[in-house]
Write a protein that binds this ligand. Sequence first.
Ligand code: SF4
Length: 364
Amino acid sequence: MSVGAEVAQGNLVDEGLSIRAEMAVYGVQVDAPVRRSKGAGPSDDGHLVVDGANATLPIVADSPYQVRDGSVYRNGLDLGLSVEPVSRPKFYDLTTAEGIPYRQIALLHGKDVLATTVVQTCIRYDESTRCRFCSIEESLRSGATVAAKTPAQLAEVAEAAVRLDGVTQMVMTTGTTNGPDRGARNLVRCVKAVLQAVPGLPIQVQIEPPGDLRVLAELREAGATSIGIHVESLDDEVRRRWMPGKSTVSLAEYEAAWDEAVRVFGWNRVSTYLLIGMGESADELVRGAAGLIDRGVYPFVVPLRPMLGTLARADGVTPPDARVVREVTARVAALLAEAGMRGADQGAGCAACGACSLLSAAGS
Ligand code: SF4
């Protein structure tokens, strides 16, 4: 390729990432049948496939980005991106023998990821201690889900989702429980049950640093492919402000858990969320991501889009500047590429799915 062609291609990638960053922040006008408006974690979105890859984008009625006939338009101009809403999966029509709809047990994320919050309550959900971006118990209050999913229920739903809808991986997260393992041991039982029903299904477990690190090996032995230990911010002041309860778990505990998880699961089988939009500068976020990559941990950088039911949304917090999202994503993607770390190589989980971040659009 000539230097001129390389520069032209680089500009196109830059422009494409700028558009994707704006779509992530301003949302899109589209009718998406698979949506998530409340629950654990930081994004409130419709599930779409953009240029063949999973993408969760806010559905916003007056967004400047409109989806028509499978393409994205802005000011009447076709931006050259293909967009397909994810179809409602067939397993959503099924119900367990006890009468619980499958979709109250697990949801489809993107076109091929089954996601569940095994325990839908959190010891930190008090007004004064809950994470300001999370609404884990709101979906429970609205009746969209059940408080605790049993291993047998998860196995039943996973089998159907793989058979009927071509699900290729599963994500299991949990609200933090009172036990010394903070909920991790329950996931051991869930992973075992699902793998008995669907041998070989890649599963990512997501936990807080467990008090007893030996449970990490138990999760791996149970058959989990990868693990997310999500810190969201590496700045203690930001952590105290945004996560008053969770920030009582020190960064040193996170580091010990990441290191043990990398030892047990392997390099690039461990990931963490870093949220763009809680007050850290681009430089601070990129520096933090570089440190994680050095440890073998994939930094899944995600723009914060406050969900319905969160304290952040009630406070009127808005998503970050799209230019900052683009810059942080591009710089972290370059660091990941240099390290040879690809989200897809996690095998399962958010980095493998990629929908909530722009890293895959940036080539990671
Ligand atoms: S990145 Fe994670 S939270 Fe987002 S859609 Fe994919 S599996 Fe779900």
